[in-house]
Design a protein around this ligand. Structure first.
Ligand code: GUN
Ligand code: ZN
Length: 438
């Protein structure tokens, strides 16, 4: 079905290259008075309003004066079933899992319940300007069905998968190596590449899978080479110690996944706080991605992610931002970027506002191997975008009083205030395939 062409007039900011490696002026595209033309949910053209106004004189224009349009934010690691237990007090990773996560995830045996929480979760993502996410469900296949059904109703590009967990977990949340393989396979056949949906093979982490289960996860990846691998890696010191005890023959945590065929160019590893230099280098070589989840790493006391190791020149690792709700404390990738900045500060490193926004958009798309479809406003990409209000609150209006930045430095300053002060309040509207949500 074809839809009429439409156009949006606003200021636009997106990335055409990586500002960690290329001068910022060359990595960003900023158009103070631009026109974004959308046809059938995809980007037909982006340019200066002046240059395009005659060409599209007949096309209806939706104008957002004083606002800023950016590509939709991309969350490279989050758990939809943990929505309701966000802000759980007092524990670090392993105790936090036992005390809060496992009892909550047990509720997702009930499909109707999973559906209800999936709807709340997706509404929360949209409210925060997040248009694509890589999502953990629970061990129950019906939790994946519920999630994808709700994502499909909203026409969202989402990646998710059933948790695989066959040891060191409560009985009511455990599968077996074989049932995890069979159920995951059925879910891949049912959902992968259906509409905008994609599947991720999702062993929870090395602690909760037998070697046999990890091997079967590797078999799935070999059988379906374009599905993702999504798991946790080297988050917490006690976790890393336990993994070494469980897999004494392995060289280290990452090697456990490597030996079972799980370290490839569509693998996304959450956290990586405790990675060794050799492990960073291996991830670089394998073209795997890390989801940097600063609000979670601080909340659980896991540690400070070494941003400079991931984004180094010699061994670059694909990197995105993850909220990791419910260990993360916000659904907002702006809030998450603020905490990423603070994590860098604590290590005497700098995360510039453009670098942070890159991670939340094109960087995330690259981490998810989706840069041909989303992440910036290149022609032909899917028109998922967010309308940002840089003066959404009285304080933001005071801080960002100059309406139009006249230099890169001024734009950077406004963008930084947006990141630090914005949160969900700065999200004026979210568009999916050129259609406004709600
Ligand atoms: N490691 C294994 N499972 C989890 C989880 O649910 N959250 C986080 N943050 N780390 C994990
Ligand atoms: Zn997680």
């Amino acid at each position: 079905l074809t839809q009429p062409i439409k156009a949006f007039r606003c200021a636009f900011l997106d990335f055409v290259d990586d500002p960690f490696y290329v001068a910022e002026a060359e990595s960003i595209r900023y158009i103070a008075d631009g026109l974004l033309v959308v046809e059938n949910g995809k980007i037909k053209e982006l340019g200066h309003y002046q240059n395009l106004q005659d060409k599209y004189a007949e096309v209806p224009i939706i104008a957002y004066p004083g606002m800023l349009i950016m590509p939709g934010f991309i969350d490279t690691h989050i758990h939809f079933p943990q929505t309701e237990m966000i802000a759980a007090y007092g524990e670090q990773l392993l105790e936090w899992l036992n005390q809060y996560v496992f009892p909550t995830e047990a509720k997702f045996k009930d499909k109707a319940y999973a559906q209800k929480i999936a709807a709340i979760f997706l509404d929360e993502l949209i409210k925060n300007g997040t248009t694509t996410a890589l999502v953990f469900a629970t061990v129950h296949p019906q939790s994946v069905d519920a999630f994808f059904e709700e994502a499909s109703r909203r026409n969202l590009r989402m990646i998710a998968g059933k948790v695989m967990m066959d040891r060191n977990a409560p009985n009511n949340l455990s599968d077996t190596a074989e049932t995890a393989y069979q159920e995951s396979k059925q879910l891949i056949q049912k959902w992968h590449k259906k509409e905008r949906l994609l599947y991720a093979v999702t062993p929870r982490f090395a602690i909760t899978s037998t070697p046999e289960q990890l091997n079967l996860a590797g078999k799935l990846l070999a059988e379906f080479p374009d599905v993702y691998l999504h798991t946790h890696l080297s988050e917490n010191v006690n976790e890393v110690e336990w993994v070494k005890q469980l897999f004494p023959e392995s060289q280290g945590y990452l090697d456990v996944y490597d030996r079972t065929g799980l370290v490839g160019d569509r693998s996304v590893f959450a956290h990586g706080v405790q990675l060794t230099d050799a492990e960073f280098q291996r991830l670089s070589k394998a073209n795997s991605a890390i989801a940097f989840c600063p609000t979670s790493n601080l909340f659980l006391g896991s540690g400070l992610f070494k941003l400079n190791k991931a984004k180094c020149v010699e061994h670059p690792v694909k990197l995105g931002l993850g909220t990791d709700v419910g260990a993360g404390t916000s659904f907002s990738l702006l809030d998450t970027a603020t905490e990423a900045y603070k994590v860098a500060q604590l290590q005497n490193q700098k995360l510039s506002p453009f670098q942070a926004l890159f991670l939340a958009t094109l960087g995330g798309a690259k981490a998810l191997s989706l840069e041909d479809k989303i992440g910036n406003f290149d022609v032909g990409k899917e028109a998922d975008f967010v309308v940002l209000d840089l003066r959404a609150t009285p304080l933001m209006a005071l801080r960002n009083s100059a309406i139009t930045p006249t230099s890169l430095a001024e734009l950077a300053e406004q963008a930084f205030a947006l990141i630090v002060l914005g949160g969900d309040r700065a999200i004026h509207a979210t568009y999916i395939m050129g259609e406004a949500c709600e």
